[in-house]
Design a protein around this ligand. Structure first.
Ligand SMILES: Cc1cc2nc3c(=O)[nH]c(=O)nc-3n(C[C@H](O)[C@H](O)[C@H](O)COP(=O)(O)O)c2cc1C
Length: 331
């Protein structure tokens, strides 16, 4: 019987399939279903740094305006306050931890290292097993240099590391000028994992209204190669774990990411399309393949196709391009 257990961030997961941050992971009920469906862990839907800052400013405003209110009205006001997204998020962590055994990874979508970072401590105190930071840094600001953009990544890690001891994962994009080196440097900052890659909203144009609209919200299997390449290139070259994300839609893609060197694989779009039952379909496919290949554990084949272990490292680079495209004939 194939053993799918995997180590990730120092935690032991029953298998490497993690349900990634999305609307699929925003309630305790869904998280219970995900556990029942067989996933190894879950990343909660992200809280935005703007939500944290807005709540902080609102709380400050309440405190200063209360100076003019009779103290006996405080209790009444507390009862009236609605639960904001920030407190809801902390409650989701606490209740999920009570409801399921699988690790709960909290998530924050952030663009700066300002003001919000204190909140990471509250996430830790609520019981999250780890914190994934979805760094939404798109280099479209023409006033910032490449160095300044990269500095942001390090500042965010430094500030968050000051307040928490739980493992930190950075979920990053491939929009960086020297990606391999950046990922390698980030892995040495004391983070526990890198998720390659996040998927930004993709723009399209409406030709009647001339509006920018969003397209391809869900990925397809055709989106797999970018993360597959970079997992394969970075495996054994970083000082942290690697989580693959984007374009994993079936058991084969799951196997390929482990072969490339991923410790775990995040799945979202495939579950939006096929439901939570697809989790066991994918895991069964991997188990069957492992049996067929004679593998007992994931470590028997993890990273076997990584660039550093490959007998043909040029396959990830220009030589492959020359070989395939020079003689490409459309049939
Ligand atoms: C509807 C939807 C909501 C998402 N919300 C988040 C989010 O809150 N935080 C985040 O880090 N990623 C979010 N993502 C991105 C996914 O976590 C994932 O990185 C992306 O969909 C690529 O993986 P996939 O190909 O398995 O879908 C969302 C994706 C979708 C489709």
């Amino acid at each position: 019987m194939a053993d799918l257990t995997t180590s990730f961030l120092g935690l032991t997961l029953r298998n490497p399939l993690i349900v990634g941050s999305s609307g699929l992971t925003d309630s305790v009920e869904k998280i219970k279903e995900i556990e029942q469906a067989g996933a190894g862990a879950v990343v909660l839907k992200s809280l935005f740094e703007e939500e944290i800052i807005a709540e902080m400013e609102e709380a400050m405003h309440r405190m200063t305006s209360r100076a003019f209110i009779y103290p006996e009205t405080f209790d009444y006001m507390d009862e009236e306050e609605e639960e904001d997204s920030v407190r809801k998020f902390l409650r989701l962590i606490r209740e999920s931890k009570d409801a399921v055994q699988i690790p709960i990874i909290a998530s924050i979508n952030c663009v700066t290292s300002q003001k919000w970072t204190y909140f990471a401590k509250e996430i830790e105190d609520a019981g999250a097993d780890a914190l994934e930071l979805n760094l939404f840094i798109l280099p479209t600001d023409f006033t910032r240099s490449a160095d300044e953009n990269e500095k942001l990544y390090f500042e965010i890690v430094e500030e968050v590391k000051k307040v928490v001891n739980i493992p930190i994962i950075l979920k990053v994009s491939y929009y960086a000028s020297n990606l391999g080196q950046l990922l390698q440097k980030l892995s040495k900052t004391g983070i526990s994992g890198l998720t390659l890659f996040n998927r930004f909203y993709s723009p399209d144009f409406n030709l009647e209204t001339y509006q920018v609209v969003s397209t391809n919200v869900l990925s397809t299997p055709a989106d797999l190669p970018v993360s597959l390449r970079w997992i394969a290139v970075m495996a054994n070259r970083v000082d942290c774990d690697l989580a693959a994300s984007t374009g994993v839609h079936d058991g084969e893609a799951l196997i390929k990411q482990i072969l490339a060197g991923a410790n775990v694989v995040q799945v979202v779009s495939a579950l939006y399309k096929s439901g939570y039952n697809h989790i066991s379909t994918m895991l069964n496919e991997m188990t069957r393949w492992m049996k067929h290949e004679g593998y007992e554990n994931l470590s028997d084949f993890r990273g076997k196709m990584s660039q550093s272990k490959s007998s043909n490292p040029a396959a990830y680079e220009r030589v492959q391009f020359m070989k395939n495209f020079r003689h490409f004939i459309h049939e």
